[in-house]
Design a binder for this molecule. Structure first.
Ligand code: ADE
Length: 421
């Protein structure tokens, strides 16, 4: 096999990457089922796909499904700090998938890698955060002519794409994988709940029990983080801008208050909003000495890092992934993973068992886009309900969980309005 061109850290890491991919695959029964079906049917034969995703063991197993289906796939990183270099090496060496991703790459290299993925001339794009689609639209011209459609993995990306569609800037249909129930109810909630805490614990090794732990944003990720922090024995505070979510957090048993108030009490603050500078100068000025800050949103904009830099007299890397800012007034504020998503930078991202369903949605969304070629508007589309249902059934089956079925009488009852008490 001639290895196609790629830009990765070290090809000799491939053995370890492959072993870790296989380990993850054991927790991905839906992906295994799809891999088998795709290799028999070859529904993606010759289809050029460029994916801008976190280069992890789970993504590599998605790559196996797509290439088993016949796709001609190229991958680049969707975040400079999330790449697992051994996995990138295994994809190149064992699966001949060109990968452009090096952990710790700077912004210039990050965008060069996106350009390399675009040079593949994709017909379908896979995004996690919408950087690939955004760059593709900026390049415009010839690249757009072959496009069938794209998929988007995460909340932040879906928000960006909806903004593009609103501005009539989106030039092909995109499937919002994030919005499938088998994606966000599990990946965003239980995946982030586990992996964000995993990142914080690996980076700091500070006991969470008895600490005040604030979660900024009570979307599906925030809900998961708050639930798991509570399980660790932290006193959990939730801060929100949405009255309904704030109410829900309160009735879920969390304290709810403005972030500036929470900042004065918190030992840990983690952002999960998808918005910019949610921890801004006003709140930073209220932080107590020793507070640990982390972000689990897609981009590194949620914590106002330039403000931390401005207020500090020095910054010291006290442990891997922990930068301590020493303020002029004597306070020490600890920022994890440079404000990038802590779960992928300081840990290994979501566990395979939830990525199993997220990436099954990705693979089935690609097949759906191909089957509906030319029939979908240039808009953001939902994953069809039958795909969601099928993934849930496959997952339950793999978990050995049986469920009941409606009787004919019950089906008829649910469809009629005549019968009351
Ligand atoms: N996003 C969050 N966790 C992930 C993982 N393990 N692989 C790919 N993308 C992810």
């Amino acid at each position: 096999m001639t290895i196609k061109s790629a830009d990765i850290k070290d090809l000799t890491l491939a053995g370890q990457g492959r072993r870790r991919m296989d380990w993850a695959l054991q927790e991905m029964p839906v992906i295994r089922a799809l891999m088998e079906q795709f290799s028999e049917r070859r529904p993606l034969r010759g289809l050029r796909i460029s994916g801008c995703l976190h280069i992890t063991t789970e993504t590599a197993n998605l790559a196996r499904v797509l290439t088993a289906g016949g796709a001609d796939l190229v991958l680049c990183a969707s975040n400079p700090l999330s790449t697992q270099d051994d996995v990138a090496a295994a994809l190149v060496a064992d699966f001949n998938v060109p990968v452009y991703a090096i952990r710790g790459e700077n912004t210039t290299v990050y965008y060069q890698h996106i350009q390399a993925a675009l040079e593949h001339g994709p017909q379908i794009t896979l995004d996690d955060g919408a950087d690939l689609i955004s760059e593709l639209h900026k390049s415009g011209g010839k690249l757009l002519t072959d496009m069938i459609g794209g998929t988007e993995e995460t909340t932040t990306g879906v928000i960006r794409l909806r903004a593009m569609a609103r501005d009539a800037a989106l030039k092909f249909p995109v499937i919002a994988v994030n919005d499938a129930l088998t994606k966000h109810l599990f990946d965003n909630r239980y995946g982030t709940g586990q992996s964000a805490l995993d990142g914080i614990i690996r980076a700091t090794n500070i006991l969470l029990a008895g600490k005040v732990f604030s979660v900024v944003g009570y979307g599906w990720c925030g809900r998961g983080i708050a639930m798991r922090a509570k399980g660790h024995g932290s006193q959990v505070i939730v801060t929100e801008v949405d009255p309904l979510r704030a109410l829900e957090a309160s009735m879920d048993g969390f304290q709810v208050m403005p972030l500036a108030e929470a900042a004065a009490r918190s030992d840990f603050i983690i952002t999960a909003t998808g918005d910019k500078h949610v921890l801004d100068e006003v709140q930073i000025q209220c932080l107590k000495d020793g507070c640990v800050l982390a972000n689990s949103g897609h981009f590194n904009v949620e914590i106002n890092i330039p403000c931390l830099e401005k207020l500090a007299r020095e910054k010291v890397r006290v442990r891997p992934f922990v930068d301590e800012y020493h303020f002029h007034d004597g306070r020490r504020i600890r920022l994890l993973a440079e404000g990038r998503l802590v779960n992928l930078a300081a840990a290994e991202g979501h566990p395979a068992a939830v990525m199993d369903m997220s990436f099954a949605n990705q693979a089935m969304a690609v097949e759906y886009l191909l089957a509906r070629r030319g029939m979908l508007d240039n808009a953001v589309h939902a994953v069809p309900q039958h795909i969601d249902q099928r993934i849930a059934r496959l997952k339950l089956e793999a978990m050995g969980i049986g469920i009941d079925h409606l009787t004919r009488e019950q089906q008829r009852y649910l469809q009629s309005w005549r019968e009351g008490t």
